[in-house]
Design a protein around this ligand. Structure first.
Ligand SMILES: NC(=O)c1ccc[n+]([C@@H]2O[C@H](COP(=O)([O-])OP(=O)(O)OC[C@H]3O[C@@H](n4cnc5c(N)ncnc54)[C@H](O)[C@@H]3O)[C@@H](O)[C@H]2O)c1
Length: 252
C-alpha cells in the first residue's frame, strides 16, 4: 500500500538535485507533488507524470513572501489542501569555498534570505491551513556540516544551523496543532549542484567518503527513505528532530 496516498506535498528546490529525488519519492508513495523552484521544474514534474503520478511545477522564489503565498494559494486551488511541506531549496553548490573573511555582506544576506527566511516564509504560509486541519508534516533540509563545523562555507553552515534551531522552535509551536516538524541533515551528496562544481575535487570527495562509517559516496536516493518516513504516519510521534543521513560521518 502507498504510504502517502492522496496527500498533497510541496517540495521546494525540486527542479533538480536532491529535491527532484524527494519529489519523485513522495509521488511514488502516492502523494500529489508541487515542485516549487526558481529554475524550470517541468522536467521533474513530467517524470512523475510519466511514472503515473501527479505533479505540477509552480515557479517560486522562496525568499519572496509574495511568491510563497501564491504557491500556497495555487496549490490549494488545484489540489484542495496541503499535507506536506518539504523545505529543500537552498543556495549551496554555487557558493564555492571561501574563507569567512572573504565572504561579502551581500552574499551572506542572500544565503540567509533563501536558506533561512525561505523555510520560514513557507512554514508561515502553510500554517493557517495546517493549524485549521490539525494535521501536517514539515520536513526541513539542514546539513551535516552543522555538526562538523565545516570551514570555508561559514554563511552556508550558519544558515543550516539556523534551520536546525528553526525546526525545534516550529515543532514546539506547531505541536499543539498536531503538525510534525523535523529535519534531515545530509552528508556530502552527489547531487546535480555538487556534480556541476569543481570546488569538490575527487580528493575532497574521497576524504569525505573515508570519514564515514559506511565507506561509499552518498547519492540523492540515500535520503529518500528518511524523507518518506518523516512525511508518513510512521513518524507521527516524532517532532523537533534532526536525522543525520550521511553514512555515519557525524554521530549526533
Ligand atoms: N548536496 C549536498 O552535498 C548537500 C549536503 C547537505 C545538505 N544539502 C542540502 O540539500 C538541499 C538540496 O541540495 P542539492 O545538492 O540538491 O542542491 P542543488 O543546487 O542541486 O539544488 C537546489 C535547488 O534549489 C533551488 N533554489 C535555489 N534557490 C532557490 C530559491 N530562492 N527559491 C526556490 N528554489 C531555489 C535551485 O534552483 C535548485 O533546483 C539543499 O537544502 C542543500 O543545502 C545538500
Amino acid at each position: 500500500m502507498q504510504r502517502l496516498a492522496d496527500k498533497v506535498a510541496i517540495v521546494t528546490g525540486a527542479a533538480q538535485g536532491i529535491g527532484a529525488h524527494f519529489a519523485r519519492g513522495l509521488a511514488a508513495e502516492g502523494a500529489k507533488v508541487v515542485i516549487a523552484d526558481v529554475l524550470d521544474g517541468t522536467e521533474t514534474a513530467d517524470s512523475i507524470v510519466r511514472a503515473k503520478g501527479t505533479a505540477r511545477f509552480i515557479r517560486t522564489d522562496v525568499s519572496k513572501a509574495s511568491d510563497v503565498q501564491a504557491l500556497v494559494a495555487q496549490t490549494v486551488a488545484e489540489f484542495g489542501t496541503i499535507d506536506i511541506l518539504v523545505n529543500n531549496a537552498a543556495i549551496f553548490a554555487t557558493l564555492g569555498n571561501k574563507k569567512f573573511h572573504e565572504i561579502s555582506s551581500e552574499e551572506f544576506d542572500k544565503v540567509m534570505a533563501v536558506n533561512v527566511r525561505g523555510p520560514f516564509e513557507c512554514a508561515k504560509a502553510v500554517a493557517p491551513l495546517m493549524i485549521e486541519k490539525g494535521a501536517g508534516k514539515i520536513v526541513n533540509i539542514a546539513s551535516g556540516t552543522v555538526f562538523k563545523g565545516v570551514p570555508n562555507l561559514l554563511h552556508y553552515v550558519s544558515s543550516k544551523g539556523a534551520v536546525v534551531a528553526m525546526t525545534r522552535c516550529l515543532a514546539r509551536e506547531f505541536g499543539p496543532h498536531n503538525v510534525n516538524v523535523n529535519a534531515i541533515a545530509p552528508g556530502l551528496t552527489m547531487s546535480d549542484g555538487v556534480l556541476g562544481q569543481s570546488d569538490w575535487t575527487d580528493d575532497y570527495i574521497e576524504s569525505n567518503k573515508n570519514s564515514r562509517a559506511l565507506k561509499r559516496r552518498q547519492v540523492p536516493g540515500d535520503l529518500v527513505g528518511s524523507m518518506v518516513f518523516l512525511c508518513s504516519s510512521d513518524s507521527d510521534f516524532m517532532t523537533g528532530q534532526t536525522i543525520v543521513v550521511d553514512g555515519g560521518a557525524v554521530m549526533h
